[in-house]
Design a protein around this ligand. Structure first.
Ligand SMILES: [Zn+2]
Length: 447
C-alpha cells in the first residue's frame, strides 16, 4: 500500500507540495510557495507539517515559484535528501530562487537566504525526458508537460506494474515555442492541475490577431506600449511573437526594451537549449533565426539603462516585470506613461485580486504607485489567450488517454470552483473516479 498526502496545492492554485510514501520511502513532489494576498505570507512561514529530515527524495515538475519557492526553506528545516528535475528546471529555478531570496532579504523574518538556495543546488540532479531511472523500489520517467521550458510530468512506476502520474502544470498547446503536452496512457492514478478547470481560452489565432492589433494601434498613436510580463515563458512568447511580426513586416520596426534582468537571463537559458522546441521554432532556429531577438530589441540589464528608456521619443514597446505590476521595473514605466492617452498597456496574463494589475484591468481612473497618485489615461488591452495552462476541454482530453485504466484522479492546483467543476466533468464525461484533493487528507493507494 502507498499513501498520498497533499500538503499544498489542494484547495488552492499555488503552493504545490505532495508527499507520496511507499516502499519505506518518503517522496515529495514539488515544494512551492503559496502566492497571493492575505494568508499566503503566514502560511509560507509556518513549519512544514511533516519532518523534512525524513524525506528521501524531492522531484520537481517545473521552475515556477509556486512549485519550487519553498525548497530552500525545506533545506533550512533539515531536508538532506536528493532533488531531481530536468536541467532546464534546475537552471531556471536557480535564477528564480536567488531572486526570491533577494526580495525576501528585505523582510523582517526572511524565509531563507541565498546560502540556503546555494546549498540545495549541491544535491540537485538532472534527469532527461523519457529516460526512466530506477530509484530502488520505484522507477521515474519524465514526460513533456509543454507548460514552460523544462516542465515535466512525473510518472512513478512500481515493480508490481502499477503507476501514478503527477502532472505539475499542463501546458496550453499548441504553444508557439514548446512541443505539445504529451499524452500518457495506462495510468492507475493521476494527480493533476485544474487552474482553468472551469473555463476555456480564446483560440491561438484569435489571440495572435488581438495582440497584433493592440500593438499596431499603439504604434500608430505614437505612444509607449507597456507589457507587464512574467519573466518565465510569457516574456519569451511575447518576444517570439514580436520577432515574427517585425520579420514579416506586419509591424513597423520600433524600439523594444526588455527591461528585466531576470527575464534577460531566463531568455538566455531558452536560447541555449537544443531539441526542446516544437517543430516550427526548431526549424526557425535551424535556418538561423534567433527567435527571441530582432534588430530593434534592447536588453536593459542595468538600472541606468532602464532609466534612459523614458527619454526615447515616439512609439516604443517596454516589456518588464512583474506580470501583475505588483513590483519590479514596470512600476516606474507605469508611473510615467499611464497618464498619457497615447500610451497603451497590454495585460497579457492573469491579474490577481489585490494587485495593481487588477486595478488597471478593472478600469480605475487613478492608481497609487510608490505613494504618488497616477492618472490612468492609457488605452488598455486585455489578452487572455497567453495563458501557459491547458483549458478545461484540453484537461478533459488529457485524462481521456488513460480513462480506461485510471483507478482515481486527484484534482488539485486550482481554485475550489475550478477543481470541483473539472472533477465533475471527468466523472460525467469519462466515467473516471475523480475527486477534489483535500489538503492534509491521507489517501491510501494500491501502487
Ligand atoms: Zn507553472
Amino acid at each position: 500500500m502507498a499513501r498520498l498526502t497533499c500538503y499544498g496545492g489542494a484547495g488552492a492554485t499555488t503552493g504545490a507540495n505532495f508527499l507520496l510514501e511507499f516502499g519505506g520511502k518518503k517522496i515529495l513532489v514539488d515544494c512551492g510557495m503559496l502566492q497571493g494576498a492575505g494568508e499566503a505570507k503566514t502560511e509560507n512561514a509556518k513549519k512544514f507539517s511533516y519532518d523534512p529530515k525524513e524525506v528521501d527524495f524531492l522531484f520537481v515538475t517545473h521552475a515556477h515559484i509556486d512549485h519550487v519557492g519553498l525548497i530552500p526553506k525545506l533545506y533550512k528545516e533539515g531536508f538532506r535528501g536528493e532533488i531531481y528535475s530536468t536541467a532546464e528546471t534546475k537552471n531556471i529555478a536557480k535564477l528564480l530562487l536567488l531572486d526570491a531570496a533577494k526580495i525576501n532579504a528585505d523582510k523582517e523574518t526572511p524565509l531563507y537566504g541565498p546560502e540556503d538556495v546555494s546549498a540545495c543546488f549541491a544535491a540537485w540532479h538532472e534527469l532527461h525526458y523519457h529516460e526512466p531511472k530506477d530509484f530502488g523500489g520505484f522507477t521515474l520517467e519524465l514526460f513533456n508537460a509543454g507548460h514552460v521550458l523544462g516542465s515535466a510530468m512525473l510518472k512513478f512506476s512500481t515493480p508490481r506494474g502499477k503507476s501514478m502520474l503527477f502532472s505539475g502544470d499542463i501546458g496550453n498547446s499548441p504553444s508557439p515555442i514548446l512541443p505539445d503536452v504529451e499524452k500518457v496512457i495506462g495510468l492507475d492514478y493521476l494527480l493533476m492541475e485544474s487552474v482553468y478547470g472551469d473555463r476555456n481560452h480564446e483560440s491561438k489565432s484569435e489571440r495572435d490577431l488581438k495582440f497584433e492589433k493592440a500593438v499596431s494601434d499603439g504604434i500608430k498613436r505614437g505612444g509607449t506600449i507597456l507589457i507587464p510580463a512574467f519573466s518565465l515563458e510569457r516574456t519569451q512568447i511575447i518576444l517570439y511573437e514580436l520577432d515574427n511580426l517585425f520579420e514579416s513586416g506586419r509591424l513597423p520596426a520600433v524600439p523594444v526594451f526588455l527591461d528585466s534582468p531576470l527575464a534577460i537571463r531566463i531568455t538566455e537559458i531558452y536560447e541555449k537549449v537544443k531539441n526542446l522546441y516544437n517543430a516550427v521554432s526548431e526549424k526557425d532556429k535551424r535556418e538561423g533565426d534567433d527567435i527571441f531577438k530582432f534588430p530593434k530589441l534592447k536588453e536593459t540589464a542595468t538600472v541606468r539603462d532602464s532609466r534612459e528608456i523614458a527619454k526615447v521619443p515616439g512609439a516604443k514597446i517596454i516589456i518588464a516585470g512583474s506580470g501583475m505590476s505588483s513590483g519590479g521595473r514596470i512600476l516606474a514605466h507605469e508611473e510615467m506613461f499611464l497618464p498619457d492617452p497615447n500610451s497603451t498597456i497590454i495585460l497579457a496574463g492573469y491579474q490577481a485580486a489585490g494587485t495593481l494589475g487588477r486595478q488597471i484591468e478593472e478600469g480605475v481612473k487613478e492608481v497609487v504607485i510608490d505613494g504618488s497618485r497616477v492618472a490612468v489615461k492609457a488605452k488598455m488591452e486585455i489578452i487572455h489567450g497567453f495563458s501557459a495552462h491547458a483549458d478545461s476541454d484540453a484537461l478533459v482530453r488529457f485524462v481521456e488517454a488513460s480513462a480506461g485504466t485510471l483507478k482515481k484522479v486527484f484534482v488539485a492546483m486550482g481554485e475550489p470552483k475550478s477543481a470541483i467543476f473539472l472533477a465533475q466533468r471527468l466523472r460525467d464525461e469519462l466515467e473516471v473516479d475523480a475527486v477534489v484533493a483535500e489538503k492534509g487528507k491521507v489517501y491510501e493507494l494500491d501502487l
